[in-house]
Design a binder for this molecule. Structure first.
Ligand SMILES: NC(=O)c1ccc[n+]([C@@H]2O[C@H](COP(=O)([O-])OP(=O)(O)OC[C@H]3O[C@@H](n4cnc5c(N)ncnc54)[C@H](OP(=O)(O)O)[C@@H]3O)[C@@H](O)[C@H]2O)c1
Length: 247
C-alpha cells in the first residue's frame, strides 16, 4: 500500500486562551491550520463557545480547565493534553494575573502566586512538553509585558514576575536550542484592562508615538509569525508598544 504523503496537522497550546489576547492567538493559529488546545480558569462559557467555533471550522479543539496558581498545574495540563494529542508544535504562555501589588499592599502569598503563574508554570510547561517540542522543531512564545523593563510602582510584584519571565525566555532559548525557538512578546497596551479610566487611557496614549493602543490582532499575528516563518529568531523579547518604550 502506498504510504500517505499527507502532512500531519500541527498542534498549538495557549494558556488563558478563552478571552481577549489569548483568544485572538487561538483563532489566528486555528485559521493558519493548527489544531488547538487552550487552558482557561473562570471563563467556562467563553471556553465552551470557542471550542464549538473551532470545531465548526474543522479544527480539533480541546479546552482544559486549570488553575496556574497550582504548582502542579503543568503536569495536570500535559496529562489532559496527551489524552487528545500526540504532538505539540507551539506553546504560548499567555495566562496572566494583572494584580495591583504596591510595596505597601503586597503579601508573600500574592507574590508567590504571581511568580507561580508567570514564571514557574511556563517553565514547568516547557519541561512537560520538551520532548514533543524538540521532536517537531517547535516554538515557545511567552507573553511578557513592557512593564518588565519599565516597572510601575503600583504593580511591583507583577512587574518583577514578568521580568522573571523575560529572563526565563532567554535562558530557555539557549537550553532548548537548536530544535526549539523561544521568544517573548512585550506589549504596551493591546487590550485595556476592564474598568481602566478614560483619563488614564488618554494620559498613557500621549506617550505613545503611534498615538493609539495596539490590538490583540497585532499580538496574534506576531505569535503566528514566530510559530511559522520566524524560525531563525530565538531569545528575543519583541515589543509591541506603538513606540512607547522610546519615549
Ligand atoms: N492586555 C494588554 O494590553 C497587555 C499588555 C501587556 C502585557 N500583556 C500580556 O499579554 C497576555 C494577554 O493579555 P490579556 O490582557 O488578554 O490577559 P488577561 O485577560 O489579564 O489574562 C488572560 C487569561 O489568564 C487567565 N488566568 C488568570 N489567572 C489564572 C490562573 N490562576 N490560572 C489559569 N489561568 C488564569 C484568565 O483565564 P479565565 O478568563 O478563564 O479566568 C484570563 O482570561 C498576558 O500575559 C498579559 O500579561 C497584555
Amino acid at each position: 500500500m502506498p504510504r500517505s504523503t499527507k502532512k500531519a496537522t500541527r498542534v498549538a497550546i495557549v494558556t488563558g486562551g478563552a478571552k481577549r489576547v489569548g483568544r485572538a492567538i487561538v483563532e489566528r493559529l486555528a485559521e493558519a491550520g493548527f489544531d488547538i488546545a487552550f487552558t482557561y480558569l473562570s471563563s467556562d462559557r467563553d471556553a465552551k463557545k470557542l471550542v464549538e467555533i473551532l470545531r465548526r471550522k474543522n479544527r480539533r479543539a480541546l479546552a482544559i480547565k486549570a488553575d496556574l496558581t497550582h504548582p502542579d498545574a503543568a503536569r495536570i495540563i500535559a496529562t489532559e493534553f496527551r489524552s487528545t494529542f500526540n504532538r505539540l508544535d507551539v506553546l504560548v504562555n499567555n495566562a496572566s494575573l494583572y494584580l495591583p501589588s504596591a510595596l505597601s499592599q503586597i503579601d508573600k502569598d500574592q507574590f508567590a502566586k504571581l511568580w507561580t503563574i508567570h514564571v514557574w508554570n511556563p517553565m514547568a510547561l516547557c519541561r512537560e512538553f520538551e520532548s514533543m517540542l524538540r521532536q517537531h522543531r517547535g516554538h515557545v512564545v511567552n507573553m511578557v509585558d513592557l512593564l518588565a523593563e519599565k516597572p510601575w510602582p503600583e504593580y511591583l510584584a507583577y512587574c518583577t514576575s514578568k521580568a522573571g519571565l523575560a529572563n526565563l525566555t532567554l535562558g530557555l532559548s539557549r537550553e532548548l536550542s537548536p530544535e526549539v525557538t523561544v521568544n517573548g512578546i512585550a506589549p504596551g497596551v493591546v487590550e485595556w484592562p476592564e474598568d481602566f479610566p478614560e483619563a488614564s487611557r488618554t494620559k498613557y496614549l500621549k506617550r505613545v508615538p503611534l498615538g493609539r493602543a495596539g490590538t490583540s490582532k497585532d499580538v496574534a499575528d506576531l505569535v503566528h509569525f514566530l510559530a511559522t516563518d520566524g524560525s531563525y529568531i530565538t531569545g528575543q523579547i519583541i515589543r509591541v508598544d506603538g513606540g512607547r518604550s522610546i519615549t
